[in-house]
Design a protein around this ligand. Structure first.
Ligand code: IVH
Length: 675
């Protein structure tokens, strides 16, 4: 079929538009188009490509996920070896590094350093030819890696072709960087893996590695993988425009549309490097991803070249590692906990210890492989690790200290709560109690979730009280919280007149809530806070949500086919409908969703720091989202506003450095209230 020039140029235009919107969304975190308009462009391109297969180019944005899984991975030699880094564990190591460099570069001018967070992800090598992604490989042994092009192509922030830039794409370049998963996304992956009885990952790094080590690109496409470029292997730039420094290379990457960590800075000397390290160490807990240190690189390539390398690490770079967040303790007991949807998790309780400034006293062991691998037993001396805000983890057992009489942990065959037979389907990584609502532990967990801070926030209703209420048969689901009387509470351990009335007051207060908190509190599988908020903004009241069919659910931002199924199933069950009716009949009031009109905060990227006097932080966040703002966790050059409360953290310093506009509580509230 003859293809008209108009169709050809429309295809190119569509590539450009879709790539641009995708770049704004994934790399700048600043969408400039509605999802539905984006989908329409995508659909138009798909239709043209279907009609004219010759126009379905490999670099088209529709071609990120190839159709067929690979048979196996092929090995590829890197054009330039992928080196590793020497480590510095304290300030003295850094000063020594600087001294060594100065001694070798006696006649050189001032040495500046590129300072970059050291991401704890997976190192990859991307080959771009004439600006088009040709091949992507893992680091492997540094010389030879495995071809993972099919998976790398699915990562939305990695361009299949460079953006237009003043700097011409070289004939060939190896771009190096780190693929990673944000901690929040890692938690979500594990939560849904648990629900589906699939293997859970020990940490975000393993989740990223596991996603790249798949033959079927659909798996990687379903995982929220991200990328930061941080280096260069071979470069064939032609004569002009050869960058002279690491900083220039990273700026060039940005101009081509590759993501570079916005916290990267150039330090004028080693003292400035040390301050940079301190700054990043303070920021560490607020970052959405895990880092295990900071990398310093001599900025000038000429200097790098004259410094050369020793064995497999360059002399011009060093990684200043954070002190390991590990500690040693003794396991007091190992018990089995039943989750909200029946998964059985062994939990080791140990002598409390401090790691990275936080006291920890227990760790979950997530699956059978882990139990087998660790073989942790009661009385064992163990090493515990805590990374960022990820829950503590047992890393190893000190076998030389093991009591000879200790017994291997045996997985239970019956539910520790309801005694029903546990099931483990073939190939499943976890055991499950399928008794559902007739299992007291699952009932207690769902009540705990209902009362938790981000759900109905019932102050004073802790695990121990809920456990007693369920065991004594005083309540069997969360709707019955509203039927509790003072006499009931007085029957429980540790309750007196005053504490009983306080708890009843909190239960009463929880009745005034928002639709989104209520939806979240129901504990529907796959419905976290963000999904609950999206559902509430779209359906506006509970009856409309109850009447929704799967198609309507699928139209909601954030709701995929699995979540849509769970929501639909949950809301179609008579039991659940009755539960919702009982809650509403007991006086639970769902604040009507007011659709906000545009204000100066709409479509802006906003960060919040500190505590607020006249509004709860979570409420402020919700109000901002309702106004159409994007609320982000960390300040970057893309932040439009920082809202500061009392005792602001280091986000304020960063925002001032970057020239971000600062707003105070009162100003924000007056903007929000004007609507
Ligand atoms: S540069 C010769 N920069 O750390 C330079 N590496 O131990 C080699 N990494 O395999 C790497 N963030 O995966 C460099 N900003 C950064 C990095 C970084 C994380 C990883 C990388 C490498 C390992 C080196």
């Amino acid at each position: 079929m003859k293809i008209s020039p108009e169709v050809r140029s429309r295809v190119l235009k569509l590539h450009k538009l879709i790539n641009e919107h995708s770049y704004n969304y994934h790399s700048l975190d600043n969408p400039t188009i509605d999802d539905s308009d984006y989908d329409a462009l995508f659909k138009e391109l798909l239709e043209i490509e279907k009609k004219y297969p010759e126009l379905s180019f490999n670099y088209s944005p529709t071609q990120r996920v190839g159709s067929e899984p690979l048979e196996g991975f092929s090995k590829v030699d890197h054009l330039t070896p992928m080196l590793s880094l020497e480590n510095a564990f304290d300030t003295k190591d850094l000063e020594d590094f600087n001294k060594r460099i100065n001694e070798r570069l006696i006649n050189e001018e001032k040495i500046t350093y590129s300072c970059e967070p050291k991401l704890d992800g997976i190192a990859v090598n991307l080959i771009y030819r004439e600006g088009y992604l040709e091949q992507a490989t893992t680091r492997g042994d540094g010389k030879t890696g495995e071809d993972i092009t099919h998976n790398i192509r699915t990562i939305p922030s990695i361009p299949l072709s460079f953006r237009e830039s003043k700097i011409k794409a070289p004939n060939l370049i190896e771009i190096r960087g780190e693929v990673f998963i944000d901690m929040k996304d890692f938690k979500n992956i594990n939560d849904s893996a648990k629900i589906k009885s699939e293997k859970v990952f020990a940490n975000p790094r393993n989740a990223a590695a596991g996603s790249l080590r798949q033959l079927d690109p659909k798996v990687a496409a379903s995982r929220p993988l991200k990328f930061f470029a941080h280096g260069m292997g071979s470069l064939n730039f032609g004569k002009n425009g050869l960058p002279k420094t690491q900083k220039e290379v990273l700026d060039t990457y940005v101009s081509w549309g590759l993501p570079v960590n916005p916290l990267t800075e150039v330090a004028k000397d080693i003292k400035a490097c040390i301050s940079y390290f301190n700054k990043i160490e303070n920021l560490r807990d607020q970052l959405p991803y895990e880092i295990d240190g900071v990398v310093f690189k001599v900025n000038s390539f000429e200097m790098q070249e004259s410094l050369g390398q020793v064995s497999r690490a360059p002399r011009w770079a060093i990684a200043r590692k954070f002190p390991a967040e590990v500690g040693t303790t003794t396991i007091k007991s190992i018990t089995f906990q039943v989750g909200r949807v029946g998964s059985i998790t062994p939990v080791a309780e140990f002598e409390p210890l401090q790691i990275g400034g936080v006291i920890v006293s227990h760790a979950s062991i997530h699956n059978f492989d882990e139990i087998e691998r660790l073989d942790a037993r009661e009385g064992d001396s163990v090493k515990i690790k805590r990374a960022g805000d990820v829950i503590p983890q047992i890393i190893s057992v000190n076998l030389s200290k093991r009591d000879k009489k200790s017994k291997k942990i045996r997985m239970p065959s019956k539910c520790p709560s309801c005694n029903s037979k546990l099931v483990k389907l073939e190939d499943e990584a976890i055991l499950r109690c399928n008794a559902g609502k007739s299992c007291p532990a699952q009932r207690a967990e769902s009540i705990k979730h209902y009362a938790s801070r981000n759900a109905l926030n019932i102050d004073g209703l802790g695990d121990r009280i809920i456990g007693q209420l369920v065991r004594k048969g005083l309540i069997s689901d969360f709707s019955e919280l509203y039927t509790l009387k003072k006499e009931d509470l007085l029957e429980l351990e540790g309750f007196a007149e005053k504490s009983a009335s306080n708890l009843l007051d909190s239960i009463e207060q929880s009745k005034k809530t928002s639709l989104s908190r209520f939806i979240y509190a129901l504990g529907i599988r796959e419905v976290g806070e963000a999904t609950a908020l999206n559902l509430s903004l779209n359906f506006k009241n509970i009856s409309k949500l109850l009447a929704a069919d799967k198609e309507e659910l699928l139209e909601i931002n954030d709701v995929g086919p699995i979540a849509a199924n769970h929501i639909f199933e949950f809301l179609s069950q008579k039991d659940n409908q009755n539960l919702i009716t009982r809650l509403l009949n007991s006086g639970v009031e769902l604040e009507e969703i007011k659709v906000k009109t545009e204000n100066i905060l709409s479509s802006k990227t906003i960060v919040i720091t500190g505590s607020f006097t006249n509004i709860a932080r979570s409420q402020l966040k919700e109000e901002l989202i309702r106004s159409g703002a994007r609320v982000s966790g960390s300040v970057s050059s893309r932040t439009d506003y920082l809202i500061v409360g009392e005792k602001p953290g280091s986000k304020l310093t960063k925002a001032v450095d970057l020239g971000v506009t600062i707003l105070e509580e009162a100003e924000v509230l007056s903007i929000l209230q004007k609507q």
